[in-house]
Design a protein around this ligand. Structure first.
Ligand code: FES
Length: 357
């Protein structure tokens, strides 16, 4: 996990947060980029492709970019990600950051997380050009919203899903957009040269390297958004939890917010144990206060699918037959939540919870 950006909060931001409006915007007549629209899918698809690592190169301090080659690859739109099946069997999600028009290769990038769960280390240290890897997808849980203007906020490697959005939006003459791109240092921030070129000379791009500039001034960014940009401006943010939470707290009234987090949403705290009945298996399990439904289920059913364990990939989605779910993901729609849950992060409000397993 990248080190979170540290952000200063103010009382003014809290006021803005209380006025924030979040609304669904699919089908909006304001949509200026129809070719890029891609509906948020329901259940994840499990299309598998065997690709070749054509290039493995360092594009910033601690960041490796992979170019994965194949033929007639499935199309994708900005915000989409791939499931990358690593040689060890670990599955990790990486945002596509290349050109959607390129049907012969996918490009992803990953930051090395030395104390992470092993996926980034394997990409950095064991994958090499010429090796074959399996991928699934692409899937898009973070599509570019239809809007009359755009604000993008990216923290560190969170620039990867934002970059194709920027390229698309900046190619539309007259379309207003702004970007705040933060990171620990300029050397650690991938794609910086291209991004600064996209916003050259017009002040649309603000780059904040903490070691030179201190903290990103989100209050100033959103004060400008509220003053200058129209109703319905879409705010897309990807980065560590501290950044996404700070953006969420500042989105001005009338704006539309879309977030992609590196980590699950905040815990409600005070977790308690509860029971889960696996109806088809005829078993009842106890989920400890400090554990997850996924862990309890896998202890009984080791083949139960999962991937990110952070509530953003959808792989662990299971049908709920009875019970009250404490949903803690940012992924499922209301309709999906009415009948299912992501068992890696969500819990039960009370026992028992009955799953179709
Ligand atoms: S394993 Fe990815 S959402 Fe649960």
């Amino acid at each position: 996990m990248p080190r979170p950006l540290t952000l200063a909060l103010t009382a003014g931001a809290a006021l803005l947060a209380r006025r924030a409006v979040r609304r669904r915007i699919e089908g909006s007549p304001l949509w200026p980029l129809p070719a890029l629209a891609e509906p948020v899918s329901g259940r994840p698809r499990s299309r598998a492709l065997r690709l070749t690592v054509a290039a493995h190169q360092t594009v910033a301090d601690g960041v490796v970019q992979l170019q994965l080659e194949g033929r007639e690859l499935p199309s994708w739109a900005p915000g989409a990600h791939l499931d990358l099946v690593l040689p060890s069997g670990l599955v990790r999600q990486y945002s596509l950051c290349g050109d959607p028009a390129d049907t012969s290769s996918y490009t992803v990038a990953t930051r090395l997380v030395p104390d992470g769960r092993g996926g980034s280390r394997e990409v950095h240290e064991e994958l090499r050009a010429g090796m074959a890897v399996e991928v699934r997808g692409p899937r898009n849980r973070f599509p570019l919203a239809p809007a009359p203007a755009y604000v993008f906020v990216a923290g560190g490697i969170g620039i990867t899903p934002i970059l194709p959005m920027l390229r698309a939006v900046s190619a539309q003459p007259g379309l207003e957009w702004r970007l705040l791109y933060g990171g620990r240092s300029r050397a650690s921030m991938p794609y910086l040269a291209e991004i600064e070129k996209l916003g050259a000379g017009d002040g649309r791009v603000t780059v904040v390297a903490e070691d030179e500039d201190g903290l990103p001034d989100l209050d100033a960014l959103f004060a400008g958004v509220a003053a200058d940009l129209p109703e319905g401006t879409a705010v897309h943010c990807c980065g560590p939890e501290a950044l996404t939470a700070a953006v969420e707290a500042r989105v001005p009234e009338g704006a539309v917010l879309r977030l992609e987090r590196f980590a699950p949403g905040a815990s409600t705290g005070g977790d308690r144990p509860f029971e889960v009945e696996l109806r088809r298996s005829g078993r009842t399990l106890t989920v400890a206060a400090d554990s997850t439904v996924l862990a309890a289920v896998r202890a009984e059913l080791p083949d139960t699918a999962y991937s990110c364990e952070q509530g953003f990939c959808g792989t662990c989605q299971q049908r709920v037959l009875a019970g009250e779910v404490d949903h803690r993901d940012e992924l499922l729609t209301d309709a999906e939540r009415a009948e299912s849950m992501l068992i890696c992060v969500s819990r039960a409000r009370r026992s028992p919870l009955v799953l179709d397993l």
